[in-house]
Design a protein around this ligand. Structure first.
Ligand code: NAD
Ligand code: 3PG
Length: 399
């Protein structure tokens, strides 16, 4: 584990409520939490929409205490050398439990049943008779023996798929980009679909667990609904943008889709027939909020103090023990000669290298070099300036 003396107190700004146990990672002597700061060193966020927000040049990192990063302008952050972290899997169990709860509850018409029975208030002694007479409208289906289609077998999808098998469902899953780690976690009894169409054709219930990106936006639309079994129930605990809302409204109206259970209500959703709107509760458990907050804040602290990177969505993973007296971290384009230019600048300043790492991710790369020598601040500035003058550099930090 790294050790490093901070040269100044760092400022952290939060844009949503972040669990105290996570914020406690930032020790008082080294950090201040200031939610009014317009130039924090790092930002910790949950679902706050950052797309319209001005992000000060002092911001070095943004940590999403959760999974989805569609509320963060990730491409702009990358171009500016701001690392964006998330917390893979930290809230997956919470989401899985709510998906399974909703699967059983909606299949048994529990939500509409409870709503209806409350309308009997005021009927006095007649309530039990009215309940017995009315319950025939609410006959549901058991999930045992039915087929669940899971689109996206990541942290959440894999847990849902495995647990559905334990509930005696048949499960068919589709994920063309599945990670090796998740593939190891999946039960071999889950049927592997080679296309979404295969899932649509076979499933009685479909649950979607993919990120919202330009590739997945609107992936459920009129044509896809036509491929599904009439009366299918669709569960969306991922993002509203995955569903073409007008098409969903029409599919519900015609009962092509039997029920739409979503964690992302909006005005359109509230006007749709046979919809169960849930107020984005997927990750809202004490356990999940703490897991996410602790993971997010630890990752940011490590990055601010040592430059080490774990679970960034736009920087490569890169970690080495902090062995030297100072560390030079450089985020740059993934082009030839970068390491040579950085190490030349270091030797031009008469400094010796103790250790180094270079990792790339797509068009960008990240290099960290530990310096063996004690360096005074004048040399730090000269070194920083010299590296910044090099072509294809995005950001330089000497820490
Ligand atoms: N409701 C909530 O509170 C809540 C909580 C956590 C996550 N989420 C949402 O759920 C999403 C999934 O969360 P996760 O933790 O499982 O993320 P994850 O990154 O672990 O899994 C996402 C999976 O989707 C797969 N995928 C990507 N594009 C696909 C496509 N076109 N077809 C099929 N599979 C595809 C990926 O390969 C990956 O395995 C998040 O991005 C977030 O938007 C919501
Ligand atoms: O992507 C996520 O992690 C979830 O949507 C949770 O969002 P929240 O942190 O705002 O509850």
């Amino acid at each position: 584990m790294s050790t490093l003396t901070l040269d100044k107190v760092k400022t952290i700004k939060t844009l949503n409520h972040i669990a105290e146990s996570g914020l406690a990672v930032f020790k008082k002597d080294d950090y201040t939490i200031d939610n009014d700061s317009d130039h924090p060193d790092a930002i910790v966020v949950r679902s706050f929409n950052m797309h319209e927000m001005e992000i000060h040049e002092n911001v070095k990192a943004i940590a999403r205490a959760g999974a989805g990063v569609n509320n963060i302008p990730v491409d702009t952050c990358t171009e500016r050398g701001i690392a964006v972290f998330n917390t893979p899997g930290a809230n997956a169990n919470a989401v899985k439990e709510l998906v399974i709860t909703s699967l059983m509850a909606s299949s048994r018409n529990l939500f509409s049943g409870v709503e209806w029975v409350k309308t009997l208030q005021g009927e006095g002694d007649q309530v039990p008779n009215l309940v017995e007479a009315g319950k025939k409208q609410l006959v549901g289906s058991e999930i045992k023996g039915k087929k669940l289609g899971v689109i996206g077998l990541g942290a959440v999808g894999a847990l849902v798929a495995n647990d559905a098998l334990d509930l005696d469902m048949d499960v068919i899953g589709f994920d063309p980009f599945i990670s090796i780690n998740t593939a190891w976690e999946l039960s071999r009894n889950i049927e592997r679909a080679m296309s979404m169409e295969e899932v649509f054709a076979e499933a009685d219930y479909i649950t979607v667990h993919v990120p919202l990106t330009d590739d997945t936006r609107g992936m459920f639309h009129a044509e896809t609904f036509k491929l599904m079994k009439p009366g299918v129930h669709i569960f969306n605990f991922s993002r509203d943008g995955l569903i073409h809302e007008q098409d969903m409204a029409e599919a519900l109206e015609s009962e092509r889709v039997g029920k739409y259970i979503t964690d992302f209500p909006n005005e359109n959703v509230l006007n749709m027939k046979n919809t169960v709107p849930i107020p984005h509760l997927g990750a809202s458990t004490k356990e999940s909020e703490e897991n996410c907050a602790i993971m997010a804040t630890r990752q940011v602290k490590e990055f601010l103090e040592t430059g080490n990177i774990k679970n960034a969505v736009n920087f490569p993973d890169a970690s080495i023990p902090y062995t030297g007296k100072r560390r030079v971290t450089v985020f740059h384009y993934n082009v030839p000669h970068m390491v040579g230019q950085i190490t030349t600048a270091i030797s031009n300043n008469n400094l010796n290298i103790a250790d180094m790492i270079n990792r790339s991710r797509g068009d960008y790369a990240y290099t960290m070099v530990d310096i063996e020598n004690e360096i005074d601040e004048a040399v730090v500035s000269s070194l920083e300036e010299e590296i910044k003058r090099t072509r294809d550099i995005v950001t330089v930090r000497v820490i």
